[in-house]
Design a protein around this ligand. Sequence first.
Ligand SMILES: [Zn+2]
Length: 567
Amino acid sequence: MYKRWLIIFSALIVVVFSFTVCSQIEVGKFDILIKNGKIVDGTGNPWFYGDVGIRGDKIVEMGNLARKTADKIIDAKGLVVSPGFIDMHTHCDSDLGKPSSNANLNYMTQGVTTVVTGNCGDSISLKVAATKAKWEDQGIGTNAVFLVGHGTIRKTVMGTEPREATREEIEKMKSILHKAMEEGAWGMSTGLQSIPDRFATTEEIIVLTKVVGEFGGIFTSHQRSEEKYMVEATQETIRIGRETGVHVNTAHIKAGGKSNWGKMKKASRLINEARSQGIYMTADLYPYDKAAVGSIEQNFNIPNDMEPLAELREKMRDRDLPEMERQQFREQYAEELVKALSDPVKREQIKKLTTEGAPDQSNFAVMYGWDSFSIVTARKNTHLIGKIISDLAEEQGRDPFDVAADLFIEEKDDVFTSVDTMSEDDMKHVMMQDWLMFSSDGRARPIKKKIDKPTPGHPRYFGSFPRALRKYVREEKVLTLENALRKMSSLPASFLKMKDRGLLVKGFKADIVIFDPKTIRDNATYADSHQYSKGIEYVIINGKISIENGEYNGDLSGEVLLLTENK
Ligand SMILES: [Zn+2]
């Protein structure tokens, strides 16, 4: 009898206890509840209907949460709910610390919630902890991952000397890199086409990449060639992956210049082969067939001793130069260049160097040929917009350099060209590879004001991700929505070995983007590159809403993510 009572009593306790716990869960509201959306979870799996419950900075519940409540309910009917985008290739570190651009709005409005910075061998600093403290003190709009630039390390140890590093110098580089990794850097980038990175042997890169490997970090490379030798350059990256066991990535993969079209397919085959041999390799791509956009004079090579142009150029290289002063130097430079181009002797010197190329100055005219240059903006000669420089030269029976030089004399910085580098066919081929992720190769820009004049430049800083979703998913159907979103979220996260971002799944960080798949679009163009994208209705970063109904609310909830905290 006593035993029976004990059983009944215990059962009662269990019932009461579970009731209390259940009601606590019922009472425990979410901070944010996203309802009725089509969930594309980032795995590549087909969409499904479901709700997402967020508490603090985490996704705490997913599924049918119709009976739950929250402080904030977002009705995502008709919209897609996906993990926030991770941009593997940016140069945002140069501007995230500035109060004018710390919101990183040109990325947030693309649905990007994490930017990987410090690419192409060039990072603003080697001090990761201090940079994190500075940025977070001021606040940053998106999360940021910090890579250390190989060029930055090399410059610190041996300047820009064009030679192999000594054993001692390599040891110094290793210890600088080691320190940065201890502070939470996520890996190392190279810019093997630039000074001083390009003076490094493959062996130097391998030794350093092994240091990154000790911490589980990654390696990404702006390869030694993006033109004639891009296939060989890809082989070098594969070798680095093979000999270090580190995750390696080809940055902004491209085969520039018409004579090199088709090489992307070869490189793509090599990457597939490497992967089948057990080498972890990926690549990222910005979805535009044009590369560098800039004032037409950027295609000229100016002799290093031609003053005052050389001195002014040196001054403008200073990264800490206030924007006003830079602008003044820029105007002065343009005036001086007009003078030089109007002087027959100096003009001839510039022409010779531009046509033949200079060993220490990269030159698009030599690399790609004048038939790759189209005019994207010209204030006085609007009828020339869209024209190719070599076509104009042929029409006028003149040398292409003279056409470009005279346009500059007439317009100064009001005439911009783009370099038409890539083949659309090549791009679509790599885009369809499982290991290809989307990126932007851009920078954080100041928040745009209504009165700002159109800014000619490359639209990828403002438009890359919405462009991929508009052009290659909705219009041309090269990729399914699910696959494209995987390339923007879980693939970069998987390359980076991130433990709690890149997917919509319970327990992961609440970095979420909600958009309209029917209207999402890029608005930035070559002539007006600072135009925000449209169609991103909500952006949630670390559980905080930053964009609501398409409008930025001023929130700065981004964090600098450290590899050492990726547990
Ligand atoms: Zn690069």
